[in-house]
Design a protein around this ligand. Structure first.
Ligand code: F6P
Length: 467
């Protein structure tokens, strides 16, 4: 009997897809393609593998593309009602689940689970259902479905009920909260999130620490993992792509421009650089990084005029007031350091907020020190990318709360992200590290960072699911 199902054999589901659309002034649509681990992963299985990426329309341009029937082969964008999407993405995923897993709440006053939250939770479930229904419709018999992240925690359970024949995986790109913190969620929500995910055959995490935290939540709240397997797949950097891309002409141009901005110190030598590249994200701890840099200049005044903090903080989740406020605070602290210490020819903090990938690579190449000090982070790929492209070796100051610490901790200078004095000392030590030690450590960091490049990371999960 002919199947009534779709034909896709490998399906990926994520909130943000590999392409986005903008309506141009003349009414035409401009498509912009993104990168990242899943894009490389899917291209690794080849064009004939029957792969389909199911994602949500995120902007008016995306919705227009869906309505006009414009699309990419291998991508199905869901035209989910804008209000439902906003409640699911901004309201629940980014303001509640993200905050829980990154432990970002100021607990004396938040979170508050009131009627407004329950209304948004209803829309989070609706948004998850739209994904589950689309996947159920598109998946061929026995297909493999890889669901991504905290936006889609209910999908595995919903999809399992619609299509018991499928093999379902869910991958968390975030940390997982410790039990006591996770239990801040209303009991029903905590249970529904865990039970939703346990609808999968396989749950993937970036580190053992996050996998163990998830398992502990299941033991305490829903009595265990049941038949679901838990695996750790530590996404690595894409060395081939990064090395090639970072030697293209636009990167060289930006290196020259950055060198001019950085300038030379009193001894005529090029100033040293402490580089950071992040989304302007609460969990990235950019403000404390600036405060630590200020303390470096105060406690070790020898560095004044001899170092520049190159900080790239790219806009993120600007629909949320708390992110807009945080962005303003980053600027305010950077300006205050420049006012306090700056001279006619030395700008202590060079802050750029306009996203520019070529300039990020240029900064990676010339960094003497990379500062990666998140409060908590699923992995942090910047920590892995810098050692791969660094020209002459770069000392890595790394938070012990970043997932990358599990693989890179030995060759990094490790910090407690809340400790400003400790971070200032670590910056001092990193800036003073001898060139040969820096180069040796960078080589080892690059080897660990590239142990599981994106394509292999994806195939490893697929094998674990279907093998
Ligand atoms: O780490 C989780 C994650 O969803 C990543 O996959 C992504 O790079 C990041 O957060 C940014 O998310 P958004 O789609 O909200 O910009």
């Amino acid at each position: 009997m002919a199947s009534t199902h779709g034909a896709a054999q490998v399906l990926v589901a994520s909130n943000r897809g590999p392409v986005s659309y903008e309506v141009q002034e003349d009414g035409s649509l401009h498509a912009k393609r993104g990168g990242g681990g899943l894009v490389s992963g899917l291209s690794a299985i080849g064009p004939d593998a029957g792969a389909l990426w199911v994602c949500s329309a995120l902007s008016d341009g995306d919705r227009e593309a869906v309505r006009r029937g414009v699309g990419e082969t291998g991508v199905r964008m869901l035209d989910i009602d804008a209000e439902v999407h906003a409640d699911a993405y901004n309201g629940v995923a980014n303001s509640v689940l993200w905050f829980v897993h990154h432990m970002l709440y100021q607990t004396p006053v938040e979170p508050v689970f009131d009627n407004e939250f329950w209304r948004q939770w209803g829309n989070y479930a609706r948004y998850n259902r739209a994904f589950a229904e689309a996947l159920a419709e598109e998946a061929g018999d026995g297909a493999a479905v890889l669901v991504q992240d905290y936006h889609l925690t209910l999908v595995p359970g919903m999809l399992r009920r619609l299509r018991p024949d499928l093999r379902i995986a869910h991958f968390s790109h975030t940390p997982w909260a410790p039990v006591d913190y996770f239990r801040m969620l209303p009991d029903r929500v905590a249970r529904e999130v865990l039970e939703g995910m346990l609808g999968a055959d396989l749950l993937g995490f970036l580190t053992h620490r996050w996998a163990e935290a998830f398992t502990a939540c299941c033991t305490e709240i829903v009595g265990g993992l049941g038949d679901t397997r838990v695996g750790v797949h530590g996404l690595g950097a894409d060395a081939d792509f990064l090395r090639e891309r970072s030697h293209e002409a636009d990167v060289e141009e930006r290196m020259a421009a950055l060198r001019a901005e950085i300038g030379a110190g009193p001894d005529g030598q090029p100033r040293k650089t402490v580089v950071r590249v992040d989304r302007t994200e609460l969990s990235k701890n950019i403000v404390r990084g600036l405060l630590a840099y200020r303390e470096l200049l105060t406690d070790f005044p020898w560095w004044q005029e001899r170092v520049v903090h190159v900080a790239f903080a790219y806009p993120s989740r600007q629909d949320l007031a708390v992110y807009r406020d945080y962005t303003a605070e980053v600027r305010r602290v950077a300006d205050s350091i420049n006012e306090e210490f700056g001279t006619a020819d030395w700008t202590p903090v060079v802050l750029h907020v306009k996203d520019d990938f070529a300039r990020s690579l240029a900064a990676y190449r010339l960094a003497d020190v990379a500062l990666v000090n998140p409060i908590r982070d699923g992995m942090n790929l910047v920590a892995k990318e810098v050692p791969v492209v660094s020209d002459e070796g770069c000392a890595l100051v790394l938070s012990r709360e970043a997932g990358a610490f599990e693989e890179l901790g030995e060759d990094a200078i490790v910090v407690n992200p809340y400790d400003i004095g400790g971070t200032a000392n670590a910056l001092h030590e990193a800036l003073g590290m001898a060139a040969d030690e820096r180069a040796e450590r960078t080589k080892r960091l690059a080897a660990s960072a590239t142990a599981l490049p994106p394509a292999a990371w994806f195939l490893e999960q697929l094998r674990a699911l279907t093998g």
